[in-house]
Design a protein around this ligand. Structure first.
Ligand code: ACO
Length: 323
């Protein structure tokens, strides 16, 4: 069996940190409101001239160093982002050029907050299909650029950052084949596309636009949809919730994470949480959380790790990995 095995993880966060108190100076809100409703305390925000490609390149280099590989070893780059540098070309090709890679392929995947799951599932299928050997899968977002800083219901929720994994196709036999990406499940339902969207774009307004969200509606759907897709993913791989060593969810809101953990019967100490420090970094949040839990020694080789996300579209999905 050919499996996609994670070889390295890396992350990059902009130097500038904005606390809830800082935001309370811009809009009518408070640390208490934001922390109680979301679990968020602070977020990183890009500096002028710091782009999605800049952050993505830093994260990619860190992941390559962690994997002990050179840029030249990579033949596929899949970047998950909703905040590309430009409408086109894909920001992945800018990162490809920054890394000095000029073979293989690079492209962007757009599934908003579920982007990293969609990108990693895409890379997994190319690697298993034998078309590419080693992939960089990156989530990089500069959401601060598309926030309406006069709308307190959205601007308090998001942050910027990037993180990446290196994934390698490996032929594994027998008991060894229980390694790498074991199952993926992707879902979308466009009937909900007006619950979370950006009010601009090339073919509609010709502008970039700002994030608009019906928060309570998103919240209402999140826990059920997340729980269903996790159940389906575990079924495909023949595992149960009690087998999971680490649950690494998209970091949108601590109440959604707690709700999902409770519904699934997951031990809260197995849930990796970074939303307090990073806020919601959309497609970057899962690899940022993965990097945090790898660097601090929680995730170790052999651990069963479940990733999960839901975002605009709606899109949602889960992915099970034997680390
Ligand atoms: N500070 C103070 N008050 C606020 C703020 C703020 N930043 N934002 C909204 N309010 C007010 C509202 O105006 C409203 O006041 P009113 O009752 O006088 O009209 C009141 O707070 C309650 O507003 P709700 O939107 O009903 O608040 P709710 O308890 O639902 O919390 C929140 C809002 C945090 C957005 C919640 O709905 C949520 O977390 N939803 C999930 C959305 C999410 O996480 N999206 C991320 C992207 S999707 C994803 O990644 C899953």
């Amino acid at each position: 069996t050919v499996r996609s095995v994670i070889k390295g993880v890396g992350a990059y966060l902009p130097a500038r940190v904005i606390t809830n108190e800082d935001i309370a100076k811009i809009v009518d809100t408070s640390d208490d409101w934001i922390a109680a409703r979301t679990g968020i305390r602070e977020r990183h925000i890009v500096a002028d001239g710091e782009l999605t490609s800049t952050m993505g390149t830093h994260a990619a280099k860190a992941a390559l160093a962690d994997a002990g590989l050179e840029a030249d070893d990579i033949d596929l780059i899949v970047l998950a982002t909703s905040t590309p540098d430009q409408t086109f070309p894909a920001t992945a090709v800018t990162i490809q050029a920054e890394l000095g890679i000029n073979h293989g392929a690079a492209f962007d995947v757009q599934a908003v907050c579920s982007g990293f799951i969609f990108a990693l599932a895409t890379a997994d299928n190319y690697l298993k299909g034998g078309q590419f050997k080693r992939a960089l899968v990156i989530g990089s977002e500069a959401f601060s650029r598309i926030l309406d800083w006069e709308d307190r219901s959205t601007c308090v929720l998001f942050g910027d950052g990037a993180a990446a994994v290196v994934v390698e196709a490996q032929k594994l036999n027998g008991a060894m084949s229980d390694r790498g990406i074991l199952a993926t499940c992707l879902r979308s339902d466009g009937r909900y596309r007006d619950k979370l969207y950006v009010d601009g774009g090339p073919s509609s307004t010709g502008t970039v636009g700002y994030v608009r969200m019906d928060g309570p509606e998103v919240f209402r759907h999140a826990v059920t949809k997340i729980s269903e897709v996790i159940g389906d993913t575990l079924d495909i791989a023949g595992y149960q919730v009690s087998d999971i060593d680490w649950f690494v969810p998209h970091q949108a809101n601590k109440r959604i994470l707690d709700g999902a953990a409770r519904k699934l019967g997951l031990d809260p100490s197995r849930v990796v949480i970074t939303v307090d420090k990073h806020a919601n970094t959309s497609a970057a949040s899962i690899p940022l959380a993965l990097n945090t839990a790898c660097v601090d020694g929680r995730i170790k080789e052999g651990d069963l790790v479940l990733l999960e996300a839901m975002g605009g579209g709606f899109t949602w999905g889960a992915l099970l990995i034997r680390w």
